[in-house]
Design a protein around this ligand. Sequence first.
Ligand SMILES: C[S@@+](CC[C@H](N)C(=O)[O-])C[C@H]1O[C@@H](n2cnc3c(N)ncnc32)[C@H](O)[C@@H]1O
Length: 301
Amino acid sequence: MSGREFFQKRYEQIGWKLKEVNLKQAIRVNQTYSKEKNLVNRLSGLGLHLEKIPFLNNGYWVLESRVSAGATAEYLLGYYSIQEAAAQIPVSLFSNLKGKKVLDVAAAPGGKTVQLSDLMENTGVIIALDVDKRRLNALGNHLERCHVANTVVYLLDARQVSTLKLKFDRILLDVPCSGNFVTDKNWFKNRTLKDIERNAKLQREILTKAIDCLADQGEIVYSTCSLEPEENEVNMDWAVKHLDLQIQEVDCYGNEGLTSVFGKQLDSSVRLCKRIWPGETQGFFVCKLRRSKKDESKGNY
Ligand SMILES: C[S@@+](CC[C@H](N)C(=O)[O-])C[C@H]1O[C@@H](n2cnc3c(N)ncnc32)[C@H](O)[C@@H]1O
């Protein structure tokens, strides 16, 4: 059986039929430094035909373009970012970010760090970590282009985050994952179940270490661009059972999380997660978590 057939069969078992997807380019307006209406008019004058993405606050599809969206003066001035539509969802799930201490554990190349900073209106502080120095250079450029002034960047394995001895009000776990076939045309050829399981384990390790740094009343958003349940619902079921985390209801684009996976029944709260099958967007998974009430005192400063 080819890799494609293997994964296709798994998707069918969990209720989705594999189909080809042509990813639409999307941008996100950086509100702190640009006025959305003016920017859209300016870009339209340059030949970028935009359409508001109905399920996002500041996102637009690029329907047609006479110029590359990454080559306009407005882009170079940081008025907007090129950011895939589903990838704009995780950061939008945090409540009031202004003035908060925020941890971004796997931050490079920085699309979501910039979005965090924008929603924070450049207040508070973001600690952004990544283990890949080359990708951190890209993050640095991205932060500079978008005028981000509230972020400290560390070359650090997220599993060592406790060495910073800090507590955070918001933690973004956009964890390293296996990705999906929409953004990688060789995905089926290059991935095996072993890769999925290895990534799922790394994700659990990162989550375990990150929650030790969560302040009282703190919020976590966990996200992946993987379609594989082991990295998504199964890990969130594990977090509920082993880390005393509670899954929170969110109001965003996507389907309910799966509660029955390859014959295994998961905690019923896992349905509150959002699974986004490829279609209008790439594949994505998001889940908002808080410490369960009895555990809140662990997060004291
Ligand atoms: C999905 S990408 C992050 C995308 C990023 N959040 C964004 O919005 O641009 C995952 C990142 O995790 C990083 N990574 C892998 N293992 C890590 C670890 N143990 N600790 C911290 N970062 C890690 C990778 O280098 C990669 O940049």
